[in-house]
Design a protein around this ligand. Sequence first.
Ligand code: BJ8
Length: 424
Amino acid sequence: MTVEAYRRMWQELDMDLERHDLFLGALPEAFGAVYLSQSNRPQGMGYFDNLLMEAHGGRIQEILERKREGAPVVGTFCVFVPEELIFAVGGVSVGLCGGAQFTVPAGERILPRNLCPLIKSLVGFKLEGICPYFQAVDFLIGETTCDGKKKTWEILNEYVPTYVMELPQRKDEADLALWEGEIWRLKEEIERRSGRAVDKDGLAAGIRAANARREALKRLYKARQADPVPISGKDALLISQLAFFDEPERFAARLGELCEELEGRAARGEGVAPKGSPRIVVAGTPMPIPYWKLHHVVESAGAVIVAEETCTGTRYFAGYVEEGGTLEQQVKALARRVLDINCACFTPNPGRVEDIITLAREWRADGVIYYTLQFCQTYALEARRVEKALKEEGIPVLTLESDYSEEDAGQIKTRVEAFLEMLK
Ligand code: BJ8
């Protein structure tokens, strides 16, 4: 499609073309500086680079074609939301958490300033009219995770229909029953809105698609255990961020090809940084696209990020859902995935500490960076417990809090460099 045709498409989506030009105009430079400056990138990254470049173009065109054929397009914001139900009716699911400083001021027009930037950014994308995904969705699915998100859904609902799932905050049998009920309720909502029924075969196909994506991401992470590491943390982060937008089966297939390349590299002892480079695990809040600040700082300082314990990392692909059985069994299996994801919105949440220690050990990390977005209370509060456990295990940890602006980049760089110095 030509640029003119894309512009017509954006106009039809009622986007603010002027603001959109400004937003997209900055992307090639940022992407060039952060990504294309890396040496020895795997060839298989070509697919993902292209996916990023076509994120507002070809991918939107594809989604709009599906929409014309009657497929529902649904936006989500949390890895607990069972996308399998959307896939079950042939729908398109897109993850719409905001990762751009560009849209934060717009979000602040209607939200308190002292709120997490992820939330302000996502609302800002809608208010600015610069996100074709937000413009294309039929409805959104929010959840009652943190206080900021759950109250924001009431506000966002004034702009886009926003359905809310009640996520329990504990993991006992009663909570599982509540979540299972919520999944049945979501099933009805999706059926009502799409006019398509969720049956056991459709749901099996939906579960298969989501499992394939999870398995491919697991394989990517496995490949990062090698030293030298065959792919940078920045590239792995980009892949995870793009997973929220692509067709799950195609994404899994292309990622599988990349993993083959990475496994070959690992077998030959080839990497993107010298063997013995400091290895870092990042633990904390999600990093939605196009947020690459911490990874860029760490890897520019000569270290490599080998795993992320985040929702744009391991929490995204945690667990496996059985696809077989009756519809009741499938829904139960979907509900039980809650047990596999250790988000700080749960209390108590001991599994998360174990996850971080396992990552640090099995990915042979020299240190952990515990990272929280500003005003994210649950993750900030959990830092104490994680730090204590890591210290007991003899694993060095650096705790950082930041937002999407570049204002603190210098300060973060200084702290990261001092941490890496200490690891020597
Ligand atoms: S499963 S991490 S995607 S809730 S919005 S909690 S950063 S203050 S995103 Fe999340 Fe689901 Fe948990 Fe993952 Fe903090 Fe910001 Fe809230 Fe956030």
